[in-house]
Design a binder for this molecule. Structure first.
Ligand SMILES: Nc1ncnc2c1ncn2[C@@H]1O[C@H](COP(=O)(O)OP(=O)(O)OP(=O)(O)O)[C@@H](O)[C@H]1O
Ligand SMILES: [Zn+2]
Length: 402
């Protein structure tokens, strides 16, 4: 199904613009009219990270007249493997400013609006207002649900994408463009339970996958802006890079959707952090009075070396994470082994007097495992707040971080 272009055309293109965009102008579906619409378009990209990098680069090169960048973070060395809008000399710089500089180099005709801040309930409506289209390149569920809801309340269509290892997904959510168009909540009514879906920081992502999914997002954005082709409204695009397989599934509007359904219960922005629960209730309870710092752990390790303390230190990350860095003296038992119950047989017996101390990358997975271990009777078990990231930052900076 085709839809009318989201944006009216600009009055004219300058001679410079005609030269620059000539390869677009000779495509019948874009042409002079479509390029003038791109010139008039205001697109906001959220996140100048994995997906945001290719999205911003191609939207800029395509001649989108106004590009907003909403991003609060700074460029880290581990970003450069995929966040190709930033370079070596940008490490430590705000990503939004680094992206702005790259765009100026690629296409100085684009007007860049920098929102160098974290998008949250207090600023999202204000920032979104005035944009024709939003491209979501963020990596966390709380922001995704907030973007979905805010875009719905303001009637702004948005292009969503997500990536993990070799798998990617993308769709267009535009409930106000068609009566049967679903929103993100129609597809995913509930966020996954905390700790269930690892982030890219935990699970990794193939750098080039960002280009595959980011370019699909830009492709959809351009189609919507100029009114070309059949946008992925009500369709979920799924890409399996290992099998080199693209699939397209139908996504239906859910009449019971909490946001866009017949009897909505979400009628304004909600507490998205609580909705997505950074950590499950059981894990939070287990960790409440059983969290130690890496400094405390370092002291405990010294006492263990002196023979005045007895405990096992268990790293619940995955083997490939363990290869990158580790806390010396730790034993690897991945979280899955705790969840399926197999780990318990590898722990010292409950009544042996040997304490169990758990850690992971940042302290979320170890808190989940702590709940299991305490449930099995290890009442004095502990976990390490901040995990190996804190260990590397505070105790052993000679090890790489990831
Ligand atoms: N609420 C938000 N407001 C603005 N930017 C956001 C928000 N949430 C996430 N982002 C940004 O979206 C980008 C997502 O990029 P990506 O998935 O590549 O992850 P990353 O955080 O850069 O990397 P890693 O997770 O490996 O440390 C990040 O740059 C992040 O700062
Ligand atoms: Zn919905």
């Amino acid at each position: 199904m085709s839809f009318p272009a989201l944006v009216e055309p600009a009055a004219e293109l300058t001679i410079d613009e005609v030269r620059r965009y000539s390869r677009h102008l000779i495509i019948p579906d874009v042409g002079m009219d479509g390029q003038k619409r791109l010139k008039n378009a205001k697109v906001l990209v959220i996140g100048a990270g994995g997906l945001g990098s290719p999205a911003l680069l191609y939207l800029a090169a395509a001649g989108v007249g106004t590009l907003g960048i909403a991003e609060f973070d700074e460029v880290d060395e581990s970003n450069l493997q995929r966040q190709v809008i930033h370079g070596q000399s940008d490490i430590g710089k705000p990503k939004a400013l680094s992206a702005q500089e790259s765009i100026a180099e690629i296409n100085p005709l684009v007007q860049v609006v920098v929102h160098n801040e974290r998008l949250d309930n207090d600023n999202v409506m204000e920032i979104f207002r005035g944009y024709d289209l939003i491209v979501d390149g963020t990596d966390n569920f709380a922001t995704r649900y907030m973007v979905n809801d805010a875009a719905y309340f303001l009637g702004i269509p948005y292009v969503w994408g997500s990536i993990y290892r070799f798998d990617g997904q993308a769709s267009v959510f535009a409930p106000t463009m068609a009566d049967d168009a679903p929103c993100y909540r129609c597809l995913y009514p509930e966020p996954p339970p905390p700790g269930m879906v690892p982030s890219c920081a935990e699970g990794g992502v193939l750098g080039v996958l960002c280009a595959s999914i980011g370019s699909i997002q830009v492709n959809e954005a351009i189609k919507l802006l100029v009114g070309a082709g059949d946008p992925a409204i009500g369709k979920l695009v799924i890409y399996d890079a290992l099998e080199l397989e693209w699939r397209k599934l139908k996504v239906r509007k859910d009449p019971n959707c909490a946001l866009c359904g017949e009897n909505p219960t979400v009628t304004g922005l909600i507490d998205y952090d609580a909705f997505c629960g950074a950590i499950s209730e059981e894990a939070a309870d287990a960790a409440a009075d059983a969290t130690i710092s890496v400094v405390q752990l370092e002291n405990l390790l010294k006492e263990r070396a002196e023979g005045t303390r007895d405990f096992v230190l268990i790293d619940v990350r995955e083997p490939n994470e363990y290869e990158i860095n580790k806390i010396p003296g730790s034993l690897l038992i991945p979280k899955g082994e705790f969840l399926n119950g197999n780990a318990l047989a590898q722990l010292p017996p409950v009544d042996s007097g040997t304490q169990v101390i758990l850690h992971c990358k940042s302290g979320v997975r170890s808190a989940e495992c702590l709940a299991v271990v305490k449930g099995a009777g290890y009442d004095d078990a502990l976990h390490v707040g901040g995990g190996v990231v804190a260990w590397v930052n505070q105790i052993d900076p000679s090890q790489p971080s990831y």
